[in-house]
Write a new protein. Structure first.
Length: 136
């Protein structure tokens, strides 16, 4: 039964998730795995937007999707619990790992960041307008 807006309610999603998960784990049904990934991509979008201020959204979405796929592959129906509860730490962990690997280790103070940006701009201008060097 659907609630307004055409979205399935949580019970429908839970039964659909377990049905697809069972088909994937017991019969190796790749289309069921693809359906699970598509069902839970909005969860990845949420976390990618949450961390978007520090990195490009597309990269974060890609990293979160890898976390989702890993969660689906490693989820154990026999232990019980919900896929969402298992997937969230995997998605967030993969996004944070991406940010850790792609960003600077040491956070520079703002005045140094601004100075660095000025140096890069000036270096670009200097390359566009080369001057002759006269050694003394």
């Amino acid at each position: 039964m659907e609630i307004g807006g055409g979205k399935p309610n949580w019970r429908e999603k839970a039964t659909t998730t377990s049905r697809f998960m069972r088909a994937y784990q017991e019969q190796g049904d790749i289309t069921a795995r693809d359906q699970l990934i598509e069902m839970y991509l909005p969860l990845v979008e949420t976390f990618a937007h949450r961390y978007e201020r520090s990195e490009d959204y597309d990269y974060l979405f890609q990293a979160g999707s890898i976390g989702l796929i890993n969660a689906i592959d490693r989820f154990d129906l026999g232990r019980g619990g919900e896929l969402t509860a298992f997937a969230v730490p995997n998605i967030v962990g993969e996004i944070k790992r991406h940010l850790r690997d792609r960003t600077d280790s040491v956070r520079l103070p703002r005045p140094l960041q601004e100075l660095r940006a000025q140096v890069v701009r000036c270096a670009g201008r200097a390359q566009q307008q080369p001057r002759e060097c006269h050694p003394r």
